[in-house]
Design a protein around this ligand. Structure first.
Ligand SMILES: O=C(CO)[C@H](O)[C@H](O)COP(=O)(O)O
Length: 220
């Protein structure tokens, strides 16, 4: 089974969790694209969606699904998003597509976070994927020096600006053994908007597309 087929299977399983008539949160990336397409092709009609990226918003609108601003909703029943890595504790590294800040905000608003991935994202321990850190442009050098002190090796994502007008440092070599502590410590660096560790707020449910079907895990 191809990676795309695995993503599609996880995405279709997530559609089954959507309550008709609800307002939902939608993340970003290729797996979420599959979710949006599968939702549009299904019989489930939602009231509206809040999107984590301009690309997801456009895709939703192209399917005739209303997109609302996050400021106009006080709660979302569910948030569906992918991940770059996810552990058995349902803690994640996200931000490969650079939408980490909006993703973290929408995850915070939602009552339930359902993560959809192909098998390659399901890891024993977080940290092989370089951790994306969104940084205010004028703080780039300072934040880079602080990340070195944390044992990381930051690289500027060249030619990339986030939907919020910031830059991304992709950081290799960080010790992610205590992900909640690391998430907090990095967020405390002045100039960091947020980092791609979703550890303090893990997913509630994980749907992994595999060659033998969709495996489901819930937070312990
Ligand atoms: O965090 C993300 C974007 O910021 C995505 O969820 C993550 O990069 C996974 O993407 P894909 O589904 O394309 O593998």
């Amino acid at each position: 089974m191809s990676v795309d087929t695995q993503k599609r299977a996880a995405a279709e399983a997530a559609v089954e969790r959507i309550e008709p008539g609800s307002v939902i949160g939608v993340g970003s990336g290729s797996t979420v694209d599959q979710f949006i397409d599968a939702l549009a092709a299904s019989d489930t009609r939602i009231e509206a969606a809040v999107a984590a990226s301009e690309a997801s918003a456009e895709r939703l609108r192209n399917h005739g699904i209303e997109v609302r601003d996050a400021n106009s909703v006080s709660e979302l029943s569910i948030y569906v998003d992918g991940a770059d890595e996810i552990s058995r504790h349902l803690q994640m590294i996200k931000g490969g597509g650079g939408a980490l800040t909006r993703e973290k905000v929408i995850a915070a608003i939602a009552r339930r976070f359902v993560c959809i991935v192909d098998e390659s994202k399901w890891v024993r321990a977080l940290g092989d994927f370089p951790l994306p850190v969104e940084v205010v442009p004028m703080a780039r050098s300072y934040v880079g020096r602080q990340l070195l002190k944390h044992g990381g090796r930051p690289t500027l994502r060249e030619g990339f600006t986030t939907d919020n007008g910031n830059v991304i440092l992709d950081v290799q070599g960080l010790d992610c053994a205590e992900p909640i502590a690391l998430e907090r410590a990095l967020n405390n660096i002045a100039g960091v908007v947020t980092n791609g560790l979703f550890a303090a707020r893990p997913a509630d449910e994980l749907l992994v597309g595999t060659d033998t079907g969709v495996q489901r895990f819930t937070a312990a």
